[in-house]
Design a binder for this molecule. Structure first.
Ligand code: GLA
Length: 381
């Protein structure tokens, strides 16, 4: 990066005295965390925004309300920083609008549970029904709407933010007190690493994810982004967006992204699953040998040259193409988000697993540790 670019970058980033001095002298930028007030919620009081910056100019902002990733700025192939996630400029945006889970931490259960019902240990549980007759993303006041306790982290790999929340027994209808820690790290290799940890006081179900919407071009829709998804099978859905239980091969269908393909290439096809999802809104069964961190997807945006790779320890990933966005949301910088303004790659256990004995289990027992990791890695081509 030349000196001019570096200074511009600093102006945009608005970093503190130390790093500015370092940059002007031509030394590399230092990784740092910046904390600022970000308004308040009526119920839970003040909310803070933490900005993580690494030595390469990448900046990621996360707020304590909903553990929401508010901003992700990464360079394009020319080194120009750009916003690649959807959201609002202020807390009010998230509170006042019916935000479609922009950047949120999702829990206790990511995606849907049919009719909000499940049984565990001989007991029947009832959860809020908040989407097409089913329970979605943890209910009326899921983890996306609570204020998390935050602590800055500095590790040899990068800087981060540790968020903690103790969900009381029975919250949103789920059994057990669930103690949750989510650690966001911005690494020196331009990765946003998310480590999820949870323990419970009673047998329960857990499935945590992040709901960031990406647009690597920073504007327009995402139809020209090219995506590879490392999955030979997906879980087809009913008309109510609930998996039928089948693990269906993607081969010969518009769900086949085993080779990179433009998101928009087949999205309009008269395919039963695309019609039901109103586009892609499906869980992919990731190809994996064990539960180690492995590649789930790779997305390339041809104009900017930005590349996003997703690695996870999870067995599934929801590929959602922002089908419910309809141009009524005015987001960052007053930008109107049209349908398909962003895509989500929500790493997870499969939707409705508590009612699908053939899906990997989402049950967590006292004494056990729920621990998953997902990495969003940014680069250019
Ligand atoms: C997930 C779901 C979608 C939709 C979005 C939020 O991706 O699968 O159906 O509910 O969240 O708008």
């Amino acid at each position: 990066m030349n000196k001019l670019n570096r200074s511009l970058l600093l102006l945009m980033a608005g970093v503190g005295i130390g790093p500015v001095a370092a940059a002007v002298s031509g030394a590399p930028l230092q990784a740092h965390v910046r904390k600022q007030p970000f308004g308040a919620t009526a119920e839970k009081g003040p909310v803070e925004l933490y900005t993580l910056a690494n030595g390469n100019g990448v900046e990621i902002s996360i707020m304590t309300y909903g553990g929401i990733v508010v901003s992700i700025k990464v360079p394009d192939r020319q080194g120009k920083l750009g916003e690649v996630t959807l959201g609002y400029d202020s807390l009010d945006g998230y509170l006042k609008n019916n935000s479609p889970y922009f950047g949120t931490l999702v829990g206790r259960y990511a995606n849907r549970i049919a009719q909000g019902k499940f049984s565990l240990g001989g007991r029947d549980y009832r959860l809020a029904v908040n989407s097409f007759g089913s329970h979605l993303h943890g209910g009326n006041r899921g983890f996306d709407k609570v204020v998390w306790q935050a602590k800055e982290m500095r590790t040899p790999k990068g800087v981060g933010l540790k968020l903690q929340y103790v969900s009381p027994d029975g919250e949103e209808g789920y059994p057990g007190t669930l103690s949750v820690t989510v650690a966001y790290t911005l690494t020196n290799d331009n990765e946003l690493k998310i480590d999820y940890l949870a323990t419970t006081s009673k047998e329960t179900i857990v499935n945590l994810t992040n709901h960031a919407y990406f647009n690597l071009a920073g504007s327009g829709d995402i139809l020209k982004h090219e995506i590879m998804i490392n999955a030979d099978r997906f879980t087809p859905i009913s008309e109510a967006f609930i998996p039928t239980g089948e693990l269906r091969p993607v081969k010969g269908t518009p769900m086949d992204f085993s080779k990179p393909m433009a998101i928009g290439a087949r999205i309009g096809q008269k395919d039963e699953q695309l019609i039901r999802g109103n586009g892609y809104d499906h869980n992919f069964v990731l190809n994996r040998k064990d539960n180690s961190l492995s590649l789930a997807a790779r997305v390339e945006e041809p104009t900017s040259g930005r590349v996003l790779e997703v690695l996870t320890t999870e067995p599934g990933m929801q590929f959602y193409t922002g089908n419910f966005l309809d141009g009524t949301i005015k987001g960052k910088g007053g930008r109107v988000y049209p349908q398909r303004a962003g895509f989500c790659l929500e790493t997870q256990h499969f939707p409705d697993s508590p009612n699908k004995p053939n899906f990997p289990s989402t049950v967590l027992k006292p004494g056990q540790k729920y621990a998953t990791t997902t990495v969003y890695k940014f680069s250019t081509k």
